[in-house]
Ligand binder design. Structure first.
Ligand SMILES: [Ca+2]
Length: 382
């Protein structure tokens, strides 16, 4: 294809192609002007600075326009509101959500309604970094979006990381999610999503406010079910945090979930719900490692409920529970002995020290959870 590229490039340049970076811009007014003038495929460079509240509606670019921070993390927004916007990439920008008077925990930092072909890459979503995740809101809220990528971003000091509802074609990959009060990533009525390679740790739920923290949650409460979902290669560690469930997929309405593949995820925490999936047809749950912190009564495990034709294979967990499933296949799983302080006293399963290559203390590095035996089931770093 090379000769064609050589021939085409001068033609594109001569035609005034918008491939070259515009700007740079240095403030909200400059950005507004650059966006108004932006053509398909343009890149707008943002100098370090405070860009306030970005509000866009009914904008569409055939090839995405990129807003790129000149230096990652130094171009900051106070809010981002996109309504029916198509074809926009945020690269290296920050979002600092500071709640104003009268604004509650459900305030959205980035609020996206409708539209699609949107990307947040290398972005930072943050509330106030005052050691208190109890005065923060949502990092990102997306509803009715077709085509949204969130990759290599951080979500920190927030009530919730992100909520995706009534949306399709999502890629949520390689993000770091920590120091949150409640859920990491929530999904409701989502079709076709890849949730992969994200790292979650150190969640601090508020028992007084009735939080049920989850690293990854799906629900059908006031929403339809989800389908065609792949959740893989995620690392979910309680770490210094208080409590968080792992991957929690529940159907409150009873509506049945479509295809789920839950593969090669790692969870360590005090919840029973390492992976819990309810009312799903033919889910595949394999190569995951789910274990306790130790010193607790509850066993962290893989729980299937009301599923049909589920396959649960090659996982390591402290417990495998089945309730009202039909056609469940459980095979080649490794039961871990997790009962008692430091997993000392066991009544079933294999001792963690025999299975894992490193220490499994709560502050352990994920690599500690690689099995000694290369042929063993369970999670591997990706
Ligand atoms: Ca805070």
């Amino acid at each position: 294809m090379k000769p064609a590229t050589v021939v085409l490039l001068p033609l594109l340049l001569a035609a005034g192609c918008h491939a070259a970076p515009r700007g740079p811009v240095a403030d909200a007014d400059g950005l507004a002007a650059a966006l108004a003038a932006a053509g398909p495929g343009d890149t707008i460079i943002l100098q370090p600075g405070d860009y306030g509240r970005l509000q866009l509606r009914d904008k569409s670019w055939d090839r995405p326009v990129t807003l790129r921070a000149a230096q990652p993390g130094t171009a900051r927004f106070a809010r981002i509101a996109l309504e029916n916007v198509r074809g926009l990439i945020f690269d290296g920008t920050g979002l600092d959500l500071v709640l104003g008077a009268g604004e509650g925990e459900r305030t959205r930092g980035a609020d996206i309604r409708g539209g699609g072909a949107l990307t947040f890459r290398n972005c930072a979503f943050s509330g106030t970094d005052d050691g208190n995740p109890d005065n923060d809101g949502f990092g990102l809220n997306a509803r009715g979006v077709d085509g949204l990528t969130v990759e290599n971003c951080t979500f920190r000091n927030l009530f919730r990381g992100a909520v995706f509802a009534q949306s399709r074609n999502l890629r949520i990959t390689g993000n770091q999610v920590d120091t949150l009060r409640s859920d990491g990533f929530d999904f409701a009525e989502v079709d076709t999503a890849l949730i992969a390679g994200n790292r979650f740790r150190d969640f601090f739920f508020s028992a007084e406010k009735g939080d049920h923290a989850d690293f990854i949650q799906f629900w059908t409460n006031q929403a339809g079910p989800s389908a065609n979902i792949t959740i893989r290669d995620n690392i979910m560690l309680q770490g210094k945090g208080r409590y968080a469930q792992g991957i929690f997929i529940r159907s409150e309405s009873g509506a049945r979930y479509g295809k789920f593949v839950i593969q090669n995820n790692l969870y360590q925490g005090i919840s029973l719900h390492g992976i819990t999936i309810d009312a799903a047809d033919a889910p595949e749950i394999r190569d995951n490692t789910i274990l306790n912190l130790g010193g607790q009564k509850q066993q962290s495990g893989i729980n299937t409920q009301r599923t049909s034709n589920a396959i649960v294979e090659r996982n390591i967990a402290c417990t495998f529970n089945s309730r009202e499933d039909s056609g469940l296949i459980q095979r080649d799983n490794l039961l871990l002995a997790c009962r008692g302080p430091h997993f000392g006293a066991r009544d079933a399963g294999r001792a963690p020290g025999e299975v894992f290559s490193g220490s499994i203390e709560p502050a352990a590095r994920p690599e500690a959870f690689v099995p000694r035996d290369a042929q063993a089931p369970g999670w591997r770093p990706r």
